[in-house]
Design a protein around this ligand. Structure first.
Ligand SMILES: O=C[C@H](O)COP(=O)(O)O
Length: 315
C-alpha cells in the first residue's frame, strides 16, 4: 500500500491527524470486494485437505455463549465440550477458547484448568459499548482478575461514525492497558459501520491502538461475519504486517453455522492474508453453534455416514 508509511508516531495525536491517515487509506471497491469474496467462496478443496481443514477449524473455534440466561451449569457443560468435543473420539482436537460474559469467567477458568483451552470474555459494556470509560475499564478488570486470558471489547461505534477517532483510539489503549497480559480482541461491529471503507479504517484504528485481534461482530447485530467484510479485514492485517512488522489476528464472529462456511473462511484466510494466519494464534471463528456441524462432517468423512441427530451434545 503506497500511502502507508512505516512511522505511526504522530498518527494518533489529534482527530485531524487520525482522519488524514484513515481517510488516506485506499478506498474499497464494494462491487469488486463482493465479487472477489464470492469467487474465493467457490474454490473447492481436496478430500484430504477437507479433513485437515475441519480439524483446523475446530482448533480455531471460540466456543461462545453470550445470553442473558447463561448459567454456571451451562458454562461448565460448554467447557467440557470445548476440551472433549466428541467424548467418544479422543482424536478430535480441543477448541481454541470459550467466550463468556465477565461474571462467568471464574466458572470457565475452574472448568478449563490445565486443559490449554483459553478463556475469553466480552467486556466494555458489550454489546452496545454505551457506557463511560471508567465502567468499561472496570468491566475489563473484572474479567481479567477472574482469570480471563483474552478480552473481546467493543468499539464505540457512535464515536467512530461521528469522526471522533481519538476517542475510539484512547478507549482501546486504555482497555489494552487494563488487560495486562490478557490478549485484546477489538470488535468493530461491522454491521453498524455502513461501508467497507469504514471497516478498513476501523481495522487500522484498532491495530494502531494496540489490538491483538480485530473481530467482526458481537453476534447481536446483522449482518455479522460476512465473507466480504472478513476479506477486507484480512487485507488490513496483511497490510499492517507489511507496514509495521506486527501480525494482528482476525476473528469473524456471528452467523457462522456450517462446516462449509468455516472452510470457506479458511480459503479466504489463505488467499488473502496467507498461511501464517492459518493457526489459532492469528485466526479464530467466533461461534455458538458451528462446532456440532464440524463434528458431524468430521464423522461423516471418517465413517461414511452421519451420526444420529442426538449423538452430539447441544452447542
Ligand atoms: O462472538 C461470537 C458470537 O456471539 C456468536 O454468534 P453466533 O451465535 O451467531 O454464532
Amino acid at each position: 500500500m503506497s500511502t502507508v508509511t512505516t512511522s505511526f508516531a504522530d498518527v494518533a495525536s489529534s482527530n485531524v491527524a487520525l482522519r488524514t491517515f484513515l481517510h488516506g487509506l485506499p478506498g474499497v471497491d464494494r462491487v469488486g470486494a463482493d465479487q472477489r469474496a464470492a469467487m474465493l467462496g467457490t474454490r473447492s478443496i481436496k478430500t484430504t485437505a477437507k479433513a485437515e481443514a475441519i480439524d483446523l477449524a475446530i482448533r480455531m473455534v471460540d466456543l461462545t455463549t453470550l445470553e442473558g440466561a447463561d448459567t454456571p451449569g451451562k458454562v461448565r457443560a460448554m467447557c467440557a465440550k470445548a476440551v472433549h468435543p466428541d467424548p467418544a473420539d479422543p482424536a478430535v482436537p480441543k477448541v481454541a477458547a470459550v467466550c463468556v460474559y465477565p461474571d462467568l469467567v471464574a466458572q470457565a477458568v475452574g472448568a478449563l484448568a490445565g486443559s490449554g483451552v483459553k478463556v475469553a470474555s466480552v467486556a466494555t459494556a458489550f454489546p452496545s459499548g454505551r457506557s463511560s470509560l471508567d465502567v468499561k475499564v472496570a468491566d475489563t478488570r473484572l474479567a481479567v482478575e477472574a482469570g480471563a486470558d483474552e478480552i473481546d471489547m467493543v468499539i464505540d461505534r457512535g464515536a467512530f461514525l461521528s469522526g471522533d477517532y481519538v476517542k475510539v483510539f484512547e478507549e482501546i489503549t486504555a482497555i489494552k492497558e487494563a488487560c495486562g497480559e490478557a490478549h485484546l480482541k477489538v470488535i468493530l461491529e461491522t454491521g453498524e459501520l455502513a461501508t467497507y471503507d469504514n471497516v478498513r479504517r476501523a481495522s487500522w484504528l484498532a491495530m494502531l491502538a494496540g489490538g491483538d485481534f480485530i473481530k467482526t461482530s458481537t453476534g447481536k447485530v446483522q449482518p455479522a461475519a460476512t465473507f466480504p467484510v472478513t476479506m477486507v479485514m484480512l487485507e488490513a492485517v496483511r497490510d499492517f504486517l507489511a507496514a509495521t512488522g506486527r501480525a494482528v489476528g482476525v476473528k469473524p464472529a456471528g452467523g457462522i453455522r456450517t462446516t462449509k462456511d468455516a472452510i470457506k473462511m479458511l480459503v479466504l484466510v489463505n488467499e488473502v492474508a496467507g498461511d501464517r494466519w492459518l493457526a489459532p494464534d492469528l485466526f479464530r471463528l467466533g461461534a455458538s453453534s458451528v462446532l456440532n456441524d464440524l463434528l458431524m462432517q468430521r464423522q461423516k468423512m471418517a465413517t461414511g455416514r452421519y451420526a444420529g441427530p442426538d449423538y452430539f451434545t447441544l452447542d
